[in-house]
Design a binder for this molecule. Structure first.
Ligand SMILES: NC(=O)C1=CN([C@@H]2O[C@H](COP(=O)(O)OP(=O)(O)OC[C@H]3O[C@@H](n4cnc5c(N)ncnc54)[C@H](OP(=O)(O)O)[C@@H]3O)[C@@H](O)[C@H]2O)C=CC1
Ligand SMILES: CC(C)CCC[C@@H](C)[C@H]1CC=C2C3=C(CC[C@@]21C)[C@@]1(C)CC[C@H](O)C(C)(C)[C@@H]1CC3
Length: 597
């Protein structure tokens, strides 16, 4: 007679059906005939799980390590974006089960980490009340139908079915009492390590080449690569001092008790961090400071003539910041680490960053770097380049293409800072660690490569072409509308799903308690905000003409970046929401461009 591996009361890891997630559960009983464990999750959901979906906590962690190294796991990961589960009659993430082959692949993926148990955001609870009626009906329908899934799981959501409201009203504070879950370390595989090394070396070299190319009279591909200047010419203590002062000035504006204090979304611990969202004030204060400096004799064309040195100085500071972040992350509590940023490999952790929300007192480093010095710096650089264009081409005013490019980009930045709170629900803020790569992106990539259109126009006047200019204005306006509306819709929904302005929208509930929008902007494509952003990117390149690739750098990199971000979001959301995410993908099949991609 086979015996049970676990006894009543044992704490073990149990897979959440239909997803790749393992949660800590308690064994209630074992049925030797069917070899099913009845377990209870921390949210009081009781399920029957097959033996192989129940694991010892310590061996779960060991297997996590060994599996993540195995080539088999790599294969299954690379396939992951295409994996889908079969449509079930239920819309509920809990009641939907993947077919066996898919399920096996997910079990492999599930070794990646454990997340906190299915819990509910207070905010999402209200909207889920109505959805839950549907959901319960669907679940019951699913349970009534002895479908194929019954052979794998018996979803006895006994307490949920009996009292759905009780489940929904589980207090947020309970999370903290139970203690937040820490991400399980996931050592990177060979590809992960080599990828990190590659990007660490390639991106700074790429920025150097692109900026050198931009300085050429004829920056065409036939002149690539441009001649390399002596490396010591990149070192300029004055440039380092200026960049450092700029960052310090922005940090000072951030910590000033001026403007709104906004709450972020709840962390794994249930805690909500506060952010000083006074970006618009910071921009106005920066504009005043720059105007004062110009009044006192500062020559903004210095920015153009010392572009490389300023970029090198920003690079140096981003390396120092990356090192600082890496060292301080060694002292971070486990629940402060990002899932996936905790690999134990120095290069990967330095590059991706381990800590989710590193802070010096009230200064949130990730939020600050993403929103302030680089973004406001980008506008300052554009202004300086417009002045340089006038000086070099002997113009009374900047050229029309320059005016369009700088105004469009100014609108983009001002909008970001006006709606700064919306960034608190973006992927980087929610899921990514803060390490060298993002610091480099914020401090070097954004200000020095996003201003390439203006840089190009300084020495490459673009003939006025009315239809192209009109197309670019139309793209900017429509793109901006889509970008803003969709970002605000999601942000509003994440903050308060019961917001009356969203009452017309449909959403699907997930096992985490958060729902996914499936109508409105987010029912059109899975990333409507990317679509709007891409349209604006096109609008910024068009005025520069088609003679060279350089002013198209932003658009080209952006398409690659957004496709990559989509795959990362897919991975994170599938890990978090399991089959509800697959349901969303089936309901909204296109990612960025309707009927195309
Ligand atoms: N100019 C630039 O260089 C760049 C600009 N951007 C822009 O920044 C903005 C933010 O981008 P990014 O952070 O990548 O992506 P999103 O703002 O789209 O955030 C992704 C997160 O949104 C949530 N989400 C996804 N789908 C839904 C849904 N249907 N319903 C509710 N919530 C959903 C998920 O988080 P959860 O469910 O956990 O809340 C997901 O992880 C975009 O506008 C993008 O265009 C981004 C990168 C670079
Ligand atoms: C170095 C790598 C090649 C890429 C690094 C990526 C970063 C440059 C981007 C990651 C997410 C970003 C966002 C913005 C700028 C680019 C980075 C930092 C953003 C601040 C631009 C303005 C938008 O309105 C936004 C929504 C606030 C953006 C948030 C994400």
């Amino acid at each position: 007679m086979p015996t049970a591996r676990f006894q009543e009361g044992d704490k073990v890891m149990g897979r959440w059906p239909g997803s790749s997630l393992y949660y800590e559960v308690q064994v209630l009983s074992f049925d030797a005939a069917s070899r099913l464990y009845t377990v209870i999750y921390k949210d009081k959901t009781e399920l029957e799980l097959k033996e192989q979906d129940v694991m010892n906590i310590s061996s779960f962690q060991n297997r996590t390590r060994s599996r993540s190294r195995s080539p088999g796991r790599r294969r299954s990961r690379s396939r992951s974006p295409a994996r889908t589960t079969r449509r079930s009659s239920s819309r509920s993430a809990v009641a939907e089960k993947p077919p066996p082959s898919d399920r096996d692949a997910k079990v492999k993926d599930g070794m990646e980490g454990s997340l906190s148990p299915p819990q509910l955001n207070k905010g999402d609870q209200n909207s889920n009340k109505t959805q839950d009626k549907d959901n319960n009906a669907d679940s019951k329908r699913a349970e009534a139908e002895p479908d194929r899934s019954q052979s794998r799981y018996n979803l006895r959501r006994r307490r949920e079915d009996a009292a759905p409201e009780a489940r929904l009203q589980q207090p947020q504070e309970k999370r903290s009492e139970e203690g937040p879950a820490a991400p399980v370390p996931v050592p990177p595989d060979y590809r992960g390590k080599m990828g990190s090394v590659f990007w660490l070396l390639f991106l700074p070299v790429w920025v150097l080449f692109v900026l050198l190319q931009a300085g050429l009279k004829d920056p065409s591909l036939t002149n690539f690569p441009p001649p390399l200047p002596p490396l010591e010419s990149l070192w300029d203590p004055q440039a380092v001092g200026l960049v450092f002062l700029w960052i310090l000035f922005q940090a000072l504006l951030y910590v000033l008790p001026v403007g709104k204090l906004s709450e972020g979304v709840p962390l794994r611990s249930g805690q909500r961090l506060k952010y000083r969202t006074n970006g618009f004030f910071a921009t106005a204060a920066s504009a005043a400071a720059v105007a004062a400096a110009v009044y006192l004799g500062a020559d903004l064309t210095y920015i153009h003539s010392h572009f490389l040195q300023l970029a090198a100085a920003s690079f140096l500071l981003s390396v120092l910041l990356g090192l600082f972040l890496y060292v301080r992350s060694g002292h971070a509590a486990p629940e402060e680490l990002a899932v996936g940023g905790n690999s134990g490999n120095v290069v990967c952790d330095f590059s991706k960053g381990r800590e989710l929300n590193p802070r010096i007192r009230n200064l949130d480093l990730k939020f600050f770097c993403e929103m302030r010095p680089g973004l406001i710096g980008w506008c300052l650089i554009n202004l300086a380049l417009a002045l340089t264009e006038m000086k070099q081409q002997g113009l009374q005013a900047p050229s029309y293409p320059m005016i369009l490019v700088t105004l469009f980009q100014l609108l983009y930045v001002l909008d970001s800072l006006w709606n700064e709170e919306a960034v608190l629900t973006s992927m980087d803020l929610l899921h990514e660690g803060f390490g060298f790569m993002l610091a480099f992106g914020d401090l070097v990539w954004v200000p020095f490569t996003y201003s390439l259109q203006a840089f190009y126009l300084v020495e490459h006047p673009s003939p006025l072409n009315i239809p192209v200019l009109a197309a670019s204005v139309a793209l900017q306006l429509v793109g901006y509308y889509i970008f803003r509306k969709s970002n605000s819709e999601k942000n509003r929904f994440r903050r308060d799903p019961s917001d009356p302005r969203l009452s017309h929208l449909k959403s699907i509930p997930t096992a985490t308690g958060r729902s996914l929008l499936v109508s409105g902007w987010w029912g059109m494509v899975r990333h409507p905000n990317y679509l709007g952003d891409l349209m604006m990117a096109l609008a910024w390149s068009l005025p520069c003409g088609f003679s060279h690739l350089l002013p198209w750098h932003y658009l080209i990199h952006f398409m690659v970046l957004l496709v990559h971000r989509d795959s990362r979001i897919t991975t994170v959301c599938r890990r978090t929401y399991g089959s509800a995410w697959d349901e969303y993908c089936r309901t909204v099949p296109y990612r960025i461009v309707p009927y195309l991609y």
